[in-house]
Design a protein around this ligand. Structure first.
Ligand code: F6P
Length: 327
C-alpha cells in the first residue's frame, strides 16, 4: 500500500503528439496502480478535461501500447483552457471524478496550463516533457525527439539518393515552429550543407554564394535543411528566392507531420518509462508543480515556473560542425 494521501490520479497528453507518449502513459499507469492508486485517463488533453471525457485505466489497458506511436489518450491544443472559467469547469470535473493529482505529458505550452490549473485550484501536478521539438527548458531531452529525428533522417537519406542521381539541390523542411533542434540534429546526421533555424538565419545571398562555391569545388548535389516557420512552407519561399537570385533550381520537400508519427525508438521508450515512473513517484511522495527532466542522463526535478519562463536555446555547435564537415 502506498503511504501517499493521493487515492486517484489523472494522466493526460497535451499539445502535439510525440512518439513515446504511449510508453509514458503505460509507465505512469502501472507505477500508480502497483502502489494501489487508481488512475483516470483524461482524453484529448485540456479539451477532455473541460468536457469531462475521462476513462478508468487498468493494468491490462496498457498491454501492447509500448510500441505504438501517437497517444491512446489522444491529445489536443485548447485555447479555451487559457481562460479561468474553463479551468474552473475542468477543476470541477476533476473533483467530481475524485482525482487528487495529475500527470501532464506535453511541452511548455501544456505546462503553462498545468501551472495555472494547479495554482488556482490546488491540484498537485507533475509534468513530463513530451514533444518532438526538444525545446523544453530544464531537460536535455524530450519524449519523441529521438524518433522524430530518425524519421526525418530516413527521408533525408532517400532524398540524398535522388539528389545525387540528378545532381540537384534539395531544401528539406523539418518540423519545429519555434525550435531548431530537429533541424540541427538531422542536418548534422544527414550531411546537410546548410541548416537554417530561427537562431541561425542565413541570407539568400550567402546561401547562393555557398552553393556556387560548393559546385566549384566539385560538389554535384546539396541538401539544405530548414526548420519550418510559424507555418509550414518556408522552404518554398527560400527556393523561389534562390531561383530569382541565381537561376539555381532547388527542389523542395516538406516532411511535415510524418515526423510526429511512427513507432517510438528504443531511446524514447526508455526515456518515457524512466520519466513517467519518476513523475508518479514524485507525485505520490507529495511533490507538486515540477517537471521531471533528464540532465547528463540523470533524472532531475525542475520547478514548472522555471520551465515555462525560460527558453531552451538550440545547439549551434552542431550547425557549425555540419557546415565544416559538408565541405
Ligand atoms: O508538436 C510540435 C510540433 O510538431 C511542431 O514541431 C510544429 O511546428 C507544430 O507542432 C505543428 O502543430 P500542429 O500539428 O498543431 O499544426
Amino acid at each position: 500500500m502506498t503511504t501517499s494521501s493521493l487515492k486517484k490520479i489523472g494522466v493526460y497528453t497535451s499539445g502535439g503528439d510525440a512518439p513515446g507518449m504511449n510508453p509514458a502513459i503505460r509507465a505512469a499507469v502501472r507505477t500508480a496502480l502497483s502502489q494501489k492508486v487508481e488512475v483516470v485517463g483524461i482524453l484529448n488533453g485540456y479539451v477532455g478535461m473541460i468536457e469531462n471525457r475521462m476513462i478508468t485505466l487498468q493494468m491490462r489497458d496498457m498491454a501492447n501500447i509500448i510500441q505504438r506511436g501517437g497517444t491512446i489518450l489522444k491529445t489536443g491544443r485548447s485555447a479555451e483552457f487559457m481562460k479561468p472559467e474553463y479551468r474552473a469547469t475542468a477543476a470541477n470535473n476533476l473533483k467530481a471524478q475524485g482525482i487528487d493529482g495529475l500527470i501532464c505529458i506535453g511541452g511548455d505550452g501544456s505546462f503553462r496550463g498545468a501551472q495555472l490549473l494547479g495554482a488556482e485550484h490546488k491540484i498537485p501536478i507533475i509534468g513530463i516533457p513530451g514533444t518532438i521539438d526538444n525545446d523544453v527548458y530544464g531537460t536535455d531531452d524530450t519524449i519523441g525527439f529521438d524518433t522524430a529525428v530518425n524519421t526525418a533522417l530516413q527521408a533525408i537519406d532517400k532524398i540524398r539518393d535522388t539528389a545525387d542521381s540528378h545532381d540537384r539541390i534539395f531544401i528539406v523542411e523539418v518540423m519545429g515552429r519555434n525550435s531548431g533542434w530537429i533541424a540541427s540534429h538531422v542536418g548534422l546526421a544527414g550531411g546537410a550543407e546548410e541548416i537554417l533555424t530561427a537562431e541561425n538565419i542565413i541570407s539568400v545571398d550567402k546561401i547562393v554564394e555557398n552553393l556556387k562555391n560548393s559546385r566549384a569545388r566539385g560538389k554535384t548535389s546539396s541538401i539544405i535543411i530548414t526548420a519550418e516557420g510559424q507555418k509550414p512552407g518556408r522552404a518554398y519561399d527560400l527556393s523561389d528566392a534562390i531561383r530569382k537570385k541565381s537561376g539555381l533550381d532547388a527542389k523542395v520537400c516538406i516532411l511535415g507531420h510524418q515526423q510526429r508519427g511512427g513507432t517510438p525508438s528504443a531511446h524514447d521508450r526508455i526515456l518515457a518509462s524512466r520519466l513517467a515512473n519518476a513523475a508518479v513517484e514524485a507525485l505520490l511522495a507529495g511533490r507538486n508543480n515540477t517537471m521531471i527532466g533528464v540532465q547528463a542522463d540523470k533524472l532531475v526535478e525542475i520547478p514548472l515556473d522555471l520551465v515555462t519562463s525560460k527558453e531552451k536555446p538550440g545547439d549551434k555547435t552542431l550547425i557549425h560542425l555540419a557546415r565544416l564537415l559538408s565541405i
